[in-house]
Design a protein around this ligand. Structure first.
Ligand code: HEM
Length: 534
């Protein structure tokens, strides 16, 4: 830009007209028609009615009227940045994924950080899980590692996800709270869901109020597989570790920051990257085989469990650097579509029932949110490697198969063909069993790792957990829900339970919650009834 102001003039009504000329381009309609006047609608006489003939006005308002798209059903508030992933060493022994074949290989990346429960306009320092979604534009297609800053999840089976999110978000009648877990519905659901107790310890900890995105870890959460060229599988957990280390704020600070600067995390990432202070994470992997998996009492398919790093050290395999902010927030950060099912050859899924459900959900929700099956045509979602397929048409198709053939096999020798060598082959795991709706008993221990996490915290960190639980549960109106939570805490740490109970004014300690998974016969009576009784 020349830095020169465009020529300007005042109209009849004193309105400002800035005029094109020199290096200032001519304003046009979306279809390229030059616009003579962008200040006044076309009307009959200077004070007369507006004319529907004014196509510039109609196009401008029409487009404005349709600017909004649905916000994400979860993780609505987010902030993204571009960068690259650099591979340290070849991992060919474990995976044939192209991204891990060559030391020093750089792969373009886009990362979106987010909160989960709050709406798009909510504040950054809510007590919440943070999304850590990474899109890696590999030479063999996009790999989306859609993780969080906490290594476990609330639920074991994706069928409970809508219930979890309904309970966590604003209550349907009053439409609040918009971005907090401090309400009856959330704690009601959690207290009825013992499998969430490990995650509850993490979200009540300082991890849920990070100092900035730059000081957070990221976790793929689920057990995935690496598959090598010989079709041998190794289980893997992915962990991102921030070069700056981890930092959190304390709750008092979080509350003040939310009031003073709801965009605190956004501003931090923007300022850091714009000033050349590029945040960096190391990707580490925990690699293990079936025999190692079988050595645990818990199930490696259970997303409410971690494999402790003391037991299995994460190995660094590469680094992620974020060095460029998007040119346009909407085009990139809003329209980016992450999908857990996007994995390149050499990376595969485990049977984790949460992961399997996610693999359906993300593709499905992108259609709703972005409005067309052609959302992969958007530059932020398109692969950066060569691609060729016969998909065609649909709303907003920007690329269609070229030439006569839009199918295969064909006799014309036209178009792409399958490639048994290079192509993605699902790991041929042997599966056998009846169709059932049952959860394995290996998913039944809900307290050991919650206790392990609480014990791993320093005394100040433990105090923060107790204070967070007290604050959150003090907002809960129903005494039965508070007591039910305390009954779970008794299975985690007695001092924690009694501290929270004491601060909540609970005089008669409840019995510890039933620690085993209830069978259908001994399920408790309807919780709604027990709340009324209280
Ligand atoms: C969005 C992580 C579980 C459905 C997201 C995002 C992240 C994330 C990071 C934001 C993506 C973005 O920035 O655009 C996780 C993790 C989970 C989990 C780590 C458990 C380990 C689930 C489950 C489901 C689900 C079980 C459904 C069965 C969704 C949906 C979105 C979403 C529908 C919105 C996607 C969009 O509109 O772009 N999730 N999620 N998630 N997640 Fe999950």
């Amino acid at each position: 830009a020349s830095g020169q102001e465009p020529d300007s003039a005042r109209g009849n009504g004193g309105e400002l007209h800035q005029i094109a000329g020199g290096e200032t381009p001519t304003l046009t309609t979306a279809l390229g028609t030059p616009v003579s006047d962008d200040q006044n609608t076309l009307r009959i006489g200077e004070r007369g009615p507006a004319l529907i003939e004014d196509s510039h006005f109609r196009e401008k308002i029409f487009h404005f009227d349709h600017e909004r798209i649905p916000e994400r059903v979860v993780h609505a508030r987010g902030y993204g940045a571009h960068g690259y992933f650099e591979t340290y060493e070849s991992l060919a022994k474990y995976t044939r994924a192209d991204i891990f074949q060559r030391a020093g290989e750089k792969t373009p990346a886009f990362v979106r950080f987010s909160t989960v429960a709050g709406n798009k306009g909510s504040f950054d320092l809510a007590r919440d899980v943070r999304g850590f979604a990474v899109k890696l534009y590999t030479r063999e297609g996009n790999w989306d590692l859609v993780g969080n800053n906490i290594p476990v999840f609330f639920i074991q089976d994706a069928i409970k996800f809508p219930d979890l999110i309904h309970a966590a978000k604003q209550e349907p009648d009053r439409a609040f709270p918009q971005a907090q877990t401090a309400h009856d519905n959330f704690w009601d659901f959690i207290s009825l869901m013992p499998e969430s107790m490990h995650m509850v310890m993490w979200i009540m900890s300082d991890r849920a109020i990070p100092r900035s995105f730059r000081f957070m870890q990221g976790f793929g959460v689920h057990t995935f597989r690496l598959v090598n060229a010989k079709d041998e599988s190794t289980f893997v957990k992915f962990i991102w570790k921030p070069k700056l280390g981890m930092q959190s704020v304390v709750w008092n600070e979080a509350v003040k920051i939310n009031g003073a600067d709801p965009d605190f995390h956004r501003r931090d990432l923007w300022d850091a990257i714009q000033s050349g202070n590029f945040p960096e994470w190391e990707l580490t992997v925990q690699l293990f085989d079936q025999a190692f998996a079988d050595s645990f009492d818990f199930d490696i398919l259970d997303a409410t469990k971690i494999i402790p790093e003391e037991v299995l050290e994460p190995i660094p395999v590469g680094r992620l650097v974020l060095d460029r902010m998007p040119d346009n927030f909407f085009a990139e950060t809003e329209q980016v579509a992450f999908m857990t099912q996007n994995v390149p050859p050499g990376i595969d899924f485990s049977n984790d029932p949460l992961l399997q459900g996610r693999n359906f959900s993300y593709l499905d929700t992108q259609l709703k949110r972005l409005g067309s099956p052609n959302f992969t045509h958007l530059p932020i979602n398109a692969p950066k490697c060569p691609f060729a397929h016969f998909q065609q048409d649909g709303h907003m198709a920007m690329r269609n198969p070229v030439g006569r053939a839009n199918y295969e096999p064909n006799s014309w020798g036209l178009g792409p063909r399958e490639d048994p060598q290079r192509g993605f082959r699902s790991f041929a795991d042997a599966e056998d069993g009846q169709k059932v709706r049952l959860r394995a008993e290996s998913f039944a221990d809900h307290y050991s790792q919650a206790r392990q996490f609480f014990n791993s915290q320093t005394p100040p960190e433990q105090r923060h957990i107790a204070m967070a639980l007290t604050f959150e549960l003090s907002k809960v109106q129903a005494p039965a829900i508070r007591e039910r939570m305390v009954s779970h805490l008794l299975n985690i740490d007695e001092t924690l339970a009694t501290t929270v109970a004491d601060k909540l004014g609970i005089r008669n300690m409840p019995d510890p919650a039933e620690a085993a998974v209830p069978t259908r016969d001994d399920l408790p009576p309807s919780p709604a009834l027990s709340i009324i009784e209280n």
